[in-house]
Each structure stands twice: as structure tokens, then as C-alpha cells.
Design a protein around this ligand. Structure first.
Ligand SMILES: [Zn+2]
Ligand SMILES: [Zn+2]
Length: 112
């Protein structure tokens, strides 16, 4: 734990935030890991190893893409509803993958 968080570069040894140890052995703030996952970043920033079992994630992506053809009229509504598919996908992924520090952050509801 004697190195910096790869996300925010705070010295982990002195940090009072929760720290998660990744499967590769690198350490990272639990909150910074959540931030990464929030941006669909599932690899260790230091060594690029997966921080969780990626095969399930890609399986879910494939299922979701196969189950969601994009009809023409739907594309016109993309701007207004563009968060919905992403949020549903994120819900599915978070429920199918177990990662260290894996509770997903609250989704932000953005009003248009
Ligand atoms: Zn951090
Ligand atoms: Zn690593």
C-alpha cells in the first residue's frame, strides 16, 4: 500500500479513504474504483489487468445488443432518452459482475 492511488494520485498509505486491493495486487481507493467502473473502465490503470471477470461483461453486452435492435423511430428519440439504454445496460452489468468494492454509485438523474 506504499504507493499512490493510480486515479487521484493521493498517497494511499496516508489516505483516510477506503482502499480496495485489486486481483492483480495493486491498490486503489474504493471510491476511485467506483469512478472507473462508472466510466466502463474495468482494467487496472497500472498494469491493465481486468479488475473483475470481463467475460461476463462482454456476454451481457452481446446479449443486450442482440436483444435491442434500433428501430428507425427510436433513433429520433435518442437525444431525449439517450441515458436510458446506457443505464439499463449498466444495471445489468453491475448485477452480473462481482468486483472488489462493487456497489455501483447512485445513478444521476439528469433532467432535460
Ligand atoms: Zn484515489
Ligand atoms: Zn494492477
Amino acid at each position: 500500500m506504499h504507493h499512490d492511488c493510480p486515479i487521484c494520485f493521493e498517497f494511499l498509505f496516508e489516505s483516510r479513504q477506503n482502499v480496495t486491493v485489486l486481483p492483480c495486487g495493486h491498490t486503489i481507493h474504493t471510491n476511485c474504483l467506483k469512478e472507473m467502473r462508472d466510466h466502463f473502465q474495468y482494467a487496472c490503470p497500472l498494469c491493465s489487468k481486468s479488475v473483475c471477470d470481463m467475460s461476463k461483461v462482454w456476454e451481457k453486452f452481446d446479449e443486450e445488443i442482440a436483444a435491442t435492435p434500433m428501430p428507425q423511430q427510436y433513433q429520433n428519440k435518442m437525444v431525449r432518452n439517450r441515458l436510458d439504454p446506457l443505464q439499463r445496460l449498466r444495471d445489468k452489468i453491475s448485477s452480473s459482475v462481482s468486483c472488489p468494492g462493487s456497489e455501483m454509485p447512485e445513478l444521476q438523474v439528469i433532467q432535460y
